[in-house]
Design a protein around this ligand. Structure first.
Ligand code: NAP
Length: 259
């Protein structure tokens, strides 16, 4: 299926690796030119080079922290009028609610609430004027089913979901959609560190921990960044203009609800 995106431009945040990279590659495969960012310079430069060579699109890699105002300014200066915006940044750490400081909450809000809000505010009105725009926020399955010890993530991501819910309806008549893509467990560095924590906590072997984690997923496996990227590309497609304000869970069936 041709997603009708050839020649469009996209900002994909936090995209040298993991889910952001999956989204960047899936869009590049559709002929979308990219501005991607990550904090580690060699990694983002290598990602930009590799994606450009593989898909024949223009890719600008920016080494910056997207959760800072300076970082967002840099990315927006490189691409002030994107057709597509994929917001993403590292998730907040796990912990014990009793020990979270207000500063921990502020940091979580800065990364996973204020940052996407600022990027959306800077880009969505231009998209509306131009009559095309697709915004996808990478959030978490924890928005639908909160995860113990991840209260920082559960809280701020639910806040973002609420904050964009009416915006997604306001922009729809301009062919600008806003959707949230909610990853369950995918094979990325983030998952490797979660597996490491589970090994420490349980005293079990890596094989046992991974087997137990997969057993809780109806698909009996972890997702891949590539398949997550395809879901993102579909939400960004020309054909998806009637899908807005949605929270699409990509979790191999782990969320047990019907809605
Ligand atoms: P990941 O594998 O750790 O990838 C992180 C990518 O984001 C890297 O390219 C990293 O590069 C970049 N990055 C992180 N923080 C950044 C920042 N402040 N500014 C710019 N770039 C940044 O993570 P992931 O698994 O793809 O997860 C993506 C998001 O989905 C996170 O919010 C995560 O919490 C959420 N999520 C993931 C899963 C999962 O199973 N993977 C499940 C639920 C939710 P640098 O380190 O060089 O900056």
């Amino acid at each position: 299926m041709d997603l009708g995106l050839k020649g469009r431009t996209a900002i994909v945040c936090a995209a040298s690796k993991g889910l952001g990279r999956g989204c960047a590659e899936a869009l590049a495969a559709e002929g979308v030119n990219l501005v991607i960012c990550a904090r580690t310079k060699p990694d983002i430069e290598a990602a930009a080079r590799d994606i450009a060579a593989k898909y024949g699109v223009k890719v600008t890699g920016i080494a910056t922290d997207i959760t800072t105002e300076a970082g967002r300014r840099e990315v927006l200066a490189a691409c002030p009028n994107p057709d597509i915006l994929v917001t993403n940044a590292a998730g907040p750490p796990a912990g014990d609610f009793r020990n979270f400081t207000l500063d921990d909450w502020r940091k979580a809000a800065e990364s996973n609430f204020f940052t996407p809000i600022a990027l959306i505010q800077a880009t969505i009105y231009g998209m509306m004027e131009r009559g095309f725009g697709r915004i996808v926020n990478i959030t978490s399955a924890s928005v639908k089913a909160p995860i113990p010890a991840l209260e920082l993530s559960n809280g701020v991501r639910a806040g973002l979901t609420g904050a964009v819910a009416t915006l997604a309806r306001t922009s729809a008549k301009h062919n600008v959609t806003v959707n949230n893509l909610l990853p369950g467990q995918h094979e990325t560095d983030r998952l490797t560190s979660i597996i490491g924590n589970n090994i420490k906590k349980s005293g079990k072997s890596e094989d046992e921990v991974v087997k137990d984690m997969k057993a809780r997923i109806p698909a009996n496996r972890f997702g891949t960044a590539a398949e997550f990227g395809h879901a993102c590309a579909f939400l960004c497609s020309a054909q998806s203009g009637f899908i807005t304000g949605q929270n699409l869970v990509a979790d191999g069936g782990a969320y047990p609800g019907t809605l």
